[in-house]
Design a protein around this ligand. Structure first.
Ligand SMILES: O=C(O)CCC(=O)C(=O)O
Ligand SMILES: [Fe+2]
Length: 329
């Protein structure tokens, strides 16, 4: 099954410079191993990106089943997909064209990029990628807007969301421990399931043959708290925050592992001690998307009312942060 996705058309794999990301063990984190918590903290402070070894978990067991569901969905005729179209990008359950909320580069990210790399951001209006998404809240409330495909695969999708929620909440809790945070200051206590938030599962399709102007995903930091990403395919790059000569490094897809990154909200909630690293997706040949690419991103976001100081030291909320980003694009 995985062979259908695990290709890498014309990338010279032996010549790619890979991001040297740490690998964190989920089983050790779950068992509350103090050394693993320290390694997690180091990864989130230095790179803001790490591999999470999830071998043996339900997410790894079901990854290709979910990818196959996505593949079947996205291969339907345009008119069929448009039945699930919705203008809303934050309220969840939308299939939408050309309007994925790729996030405004935060000021902190901005200063880490050269003008050259920012240029790609301006091509965003014609982006070719498509997304099927469902918010945590709409899913558990079984909102009437839940797209048919998700309703038909409710058990698969809801188990994916619950597992992703539990894993990302545990990571937040370990980071709170590492910072010795107490009570309402603890990160996980700002991400309570019963409170309103825009926590969302986004299933992405980068169509074959989209070219460099509209393919991929422009450089950005994620606006939320943590992103738990699964993809068996190449394309993701991170802007190295540590290398002196600052360059784009490829993130190798690793079977059995998710790629986790810190978003701006968690960066600000941590008083900027955690890093939200700039990343992007390139069409596989650099010019052209040589094959359909699929990725699954679980975006855990703080409760909409949670306040924090942004990079201008202005007090803002997770909700305003997201709305600002949508206006920007
Ligand atoms: O598709 C990918 O590999 C990355 C997606 C991403 O960066 C995002 O959804 O914010
Ligand atoms: Fe992202």
């Amino acid at each position: 099954m995985s062979a259908h996705y695990n290709t890498h058309p014309s990338l010279p794999l032996d010549q790619l410079e890979l991001a040297p990301l740490s690998t964190i063990s989920w089983s050790k984190l779950e068992a509350n191993d103090p050394a693993e918590t320290q390694r997690l903290l180091d990864a989130c402070m230095q790179e803001g990106f790490f591999y999470l070894n999830l071998q043996g978990t339900q997410l790894v067991a079901k990854e290709y089943t979910l990818l196959d569901m996505m593949k079947n969905y996205f291969h339907q005729p345009h008119e069929v997909k448009m039945e699930d179209h919705s203008e809303s990008v934050t309220d969840g359950c939308a299939f939408y064209l050309f309007c994925l909320p790729t996030y405004k580069l935060s000021d902190t990210a901005d200063s880490r990029l050269s003008a050259g790399t920012l240029e790609r951001a301006s091509t965003l209006g014609t982006a070719a990628r498509l997304a099927l998404q469902i918010s945590y809240q709409n899913l558990i409330e079984k909102s009437p807007e839940v797209p048919g495909t998700i309703n038909k695969n409710y058990e698969l999708v809801s188990n994916w969301v619950f597992n992703s929620q539990s894993i990302t909440k545990t990571i937040l809790s370990r980071l709170s421990d590492a910072f010795e945070l107490q009570g309402s200051a603890r990160f996980e206590n700002n991400h309570r399931e019963e409170k309103e938030s825009t926590t969302t599962l986004v299933m992405l399709h980068y169509p074959q043959n989209s070219n460099a102007d509209c393919g991929g995903l422009n450089p950005h930091t994620d606006v939320g708290s943590l992103t738990l990403l699964f993809t068996p395919q190449w394309g993701l790059q991170v802007w190295s925050p540590t290398k002196k000569d600052r360059e784009w490094l490829w993130v190798e897809p690793r079977p059995g592992h998710a790629i986790v990154n810190v978003g701006d909200t968690l960066r600000f909630l941590s008083g900027k001690r955690l890093m939200s690293c700039v990343h992007r997706v390139l069409p596989t040949s650099g010019q052209n998307q040589e094959e359909d690419r699929y990725s699954i991103a679980y975006l855990i976001r703080a409760e909409s009312d949670v306040t924090f100081k942004d990079s201008r030291r202005t007090i803002t909320t997770a909700r305003c942060c997201l709305e600002g980003c949508r206006r920007f694009w």
